[in-house]
Design a protein around this ligand. Sequence first.
Ligand code: NTF
Length: 796
Amino acid sequence: MKEEIMKIKLNKNKFMEDYIENLQRITLKNFEDTSDKDKYFALCDTIMERINQEWRDCKNKTKKTKKAYYFSAEFLVGRSLGNNLINLGIYDEVKELLDEIDIDFESIENFEDDAALGNGGLGRLAACFMDSAASQKIDMYGYGVRYREGLFKQKIENGFQVEEGDHWIKDGDGWSIRVESDSKIVKFRDQTVKAVPYDMPMLGFENGQVNTLRLWQSEPFEEFDFSYFNNFQYDKAVEEKNRAEDITRVLYPNDIQREGKVLRLKQQYFFCSASIQDLVEKYKKYFENDLQFENFPKYHVIQLNDTHPIVAIPELIRVLVDENGIDFDRAVEITKKTFAFTNHTVLQEALETWPKDIMLEVCPRCFDIIEKINDKLVEDFKAKGLSEEAIDPYRIIRYDQIRMANLAIVMSISVNGVAKLHTKILKDDTFNHWYKIMPEKFNNKTNGITPRRWLVYSNIRLSNFITDKLGSDDWKYDLNKLKELEKYLEDDKVLEEINQIKYENKKDLARYILEQENIVINPDSIFDIQIKRIHEYKRQHLNILHIINLYHRIKKNPDMNFYPTTFILGGKAAPGYFRAKAIIKLANEVARVINKDPDVNKKLKVVFIENYRVSYGEKLFPAADISEQISTAGKEASGTGNMKFMLNGALTLGTYDGANIEIFEKAGVENNYIFGAKVEELNSIRDSYSPKEYYHKNSDIKDAVDSLVSGELNDDNSYMFLDIYNSLINPQGGEKADSYFLLKDFEDYKKVHEKINEEYSDRKTWARKALKNIANAGYFSSDRTILEYAKDIWKI
Ligand code: NTF
């Protein structure tokens, strides 16, 4: 393995020469007159030049081999500069070189806007997979959308979330190449546009492999409609241009919740159609000798990242039938061997269904094709003697709604969930009817994260420590090697080092939070962090209710034994999700009240991070003592933040949910903090559950819940806190009270916090637990995940 690895040899003089030359060329200025932003973009150029040769070689080498294609509406890449330098193996050298000419790497790094082309876990997973595939020399290309505006920027004003646009490429895009000549025409019922690909290099870790992430941008098919132009109807001409650009103008900002809008389906069809055309065109060009389309699946496997790209299925059939004269049944057979489907949630509100009229409005031919597939499916079931009723759950079209997941399951070679428990729920429950008739399709692929970004790059101290202790950096290629760290579990000096590293990271974070949020926090306190999208099932409000109650108890009993703690929360709410926004307001209000209270603010601090995003996460994960993973059991498909915390030596305070369970399994339950009801228990009490009983029986619960409406906390007449209050104890309009079981789990949550607070003072034992977690995080490398996809599903 190691012999294959070849670092890009850095010719320092040449690099420096090129860099200065690029800087002056792109600015038309002398070095001393250029800005930091110029310096950032010139650095991108210089690195892109270095990559170019290898990138082309990789493209050429793999023209005629089997590849996997990862179709995803989201790739949450974040920043690329630091990560690319790490993967090229020239991070330290370049930093030093810049230093020699008085350029501070960190300050120019800040000129890179996050590429926030995703909402949360699903999009970030796609980005981790890109890194891991390249690092494992797996030929996997990504296909997606080049949104002009990424996920909104979150401002907190008076405690409320306010959304601002995220025009991330307004100053340029240092990491893409526009490949005009590979443009495609995409036809909608009412509009024809040009899809222009922007290719981003995806670098393997020190191995010379460069894969491609191809993101499509929508542009007018003809720049101006000259007939309008010549008739002096300029606005009409511009209108058409805008209408084309609208398609990829902005990322829809809801994770989980589907968005049933025409424009959303247009985005999906847009990138799927362009991508499918790209693949078929290249197949015809490079596989002359093998041109029966029956061989298409021999060279292509398309992994569908959730329901969003499923329209690629009818689109492939359309292209085969309408544009290549293949008979319909043959096209279906070919297509069936090409796709694989990943499900990322069991929450009903995320499973996409498209109304027939919307699909007819966007891509009518796809509707025809889906209808034919559905008819055939129903016919087959009838032939087997199934009743209409028994067939219903399988129908792809029902009541004029197209159920995309059903289409994907019928038409795929594989259906997978993203953690053991999640896959079990898919088999036993969500897709049980399918599992019963095609069990062989179902499989689990527990998620992972890339250790390059989430440790090597973001936590240099820990990374160096590991290399030092293991005597080599082989662990960066094979994260299972971390297991060898267990030989230090009883080594006091090493345990002390672990604590010291965490402490330094906490000091860094404290400095950063002071700068960004203007809040002073104490690095000697416990850092307890919950960062993720805001959603009721993730139960940030359980965390906050507990903080309120803790605050009250400390106030009442100032001498109570309590290790100072800083609670840090961060995350965005979908702009239309009122209750999630209420939770943000609540977090900020609780922070305001507690942080200004001199009776407690030496012991207790609360911070709500503004605009949590990938690049902020890179500072938060390394500094956490406690990782809050407190979703209602059965609801979080996997979670991936939990893995980032673990790898950085935080202990998990979590429920038996998603990949938490596997984290507990690997690192040992005794080295983490588990609480709350398991999914079986919740299923058995679902109908009889009465949150009011918990509220009346437990004075701490009552105390916390009542504070939502007592006047102690001010929601500025938004009625947001009343809404949260009602959601917990008053059933309303068909919605059950406390459907996420906060009150049921509260007491247990409180107890486990008490345990943490007590055990933290035994610093040596704590460090040992942290080391246990780090040493067993190897399994959660996305290298492992992607190798499993390649071996079990893609056969490459
Ligand atoms: C998310 N799903 C899940 O909610 C997370 O638990 C999981 O870690 C990630 O996917 C990645 O697998 C979604 O965002 C979606 F869209 F499916 F709801």
